[in-house]
Ligand binder design. Sequence first.
Ligand SMILES: [Zn+2]
Ligand SMILES: [Zn+2]
Length: 428
Amino acid sequence: MSSRRWRACPECDWVSALPVLRANEVACCPRCGRELAHRHSSAGQRVLAYGSGALAMLLLTLPFPFLAFTLAGNRQEIVLADAALAMFNNDWPLLALLIALAIIILPGIFLISVLYLYSSVIAQKRLDNRVFPGAMVLARNLSKMKPWLMTDVFLVGVLVSLAKLVGMAEIDYGWSFVAFCGYVVLLVKTVSLVDADWLWFALKGEPKPPLGIRTGATATEQQAVGCPCCGLINHDTQPTCMRCHTPLARPSPQRLQATWALLLTAVVLYVPANLYPMMETVSVGGTTYSTILGGVLQMIEMESYFVALVIFVASFIVPIAKILVLSYLCWLAAHPQAQATQRRMRWYRYTELVGRWSMIDVFVVAIMVALIQAGVILSIYPGTAAAAFAAVVIITMIAAMVFDPRLLWQSSSEQHSTLNMIETGQKP
Ligand SMILES: [Zn+2]
Ligand SMILES: [Zn+2]
């Protein structure tokens, strides 16, 4: 049993003892089915290969032309960074920062961190088991960065923009566009190969779990708590994880209030996001404004039904569905029932998975604004709704992260005891 790794499921708090995993084996929580660890064959070498490939592609993406647009003799050529710069030049600096973070800065930091960490693990034997300086800080932040790497969403945004421009003007692809496609594929592959469980074991070994810990019960019942970063089980008197030093938190109903507050903010911002225009198009015929649904109708008129469906689902259905599902889960978590089900967990996972794809429309606006600047012939400017809608997407993503799914599995008696402890000033 000593070689086993004890884990508390981050989604249902159930304690499991993982067997030694061989290559391509996956360990899942027996109660809710959440993946706890996934071993990849030759993970170290493959992550280094894909990661350095992705970083090289990112560097190649930056200096060369990305797309070019020609209309009535006017040619406008843009590089990738122009998608963010165009927003900055139109007085939306926060949107510019968001786009730059999502497609260039955070993926760049993620790739450099991954290459540094895996190199550290490989060099460890020659360094008497010491790790590179700063490796712990980087490893702690890897999983936090993952949901915000949106290069794949941006690529779909580019394809939607091109579908909107088809027949309107001549579009040329630059070398940077080709490199960007390679960058997206290699980055997605690198992210899928990074195994936090393996990485933390390689960096810091496996400290023993608290004495007397057993499987077949939750960590909370055993006065223990699972680390949200490295997965290690700690005694609940520890403020931070003994392996990775991440702050520890037992399931607390207080997290529900934060989720409700974020959901309410998203609902309020969803109104201007739909009422105000996403884009303003200036042409010889005058200025036209298009809202999210207006853009969908425009695509239906152009008989681009598939693109209309993509925008309708990503920009209209997904944010509403996400707010409704999270509200329902918050209500369920506050009114625990005997039969907490796997189906609810599936809804929770879907909301986490699909939320980031709503950013497609914001990226479409950024690309169109950067690309289509042909003066009075045809120019596009961002509308107020672009900022409001981006805020809705980000806030609902944070709400899904703040929501603690472990509460869905707690019985009402457990929740009341936690609440009583909070009220009487004890550490929950
Ligand atoms: Zn579980
Ligand atoms: Zn930890």
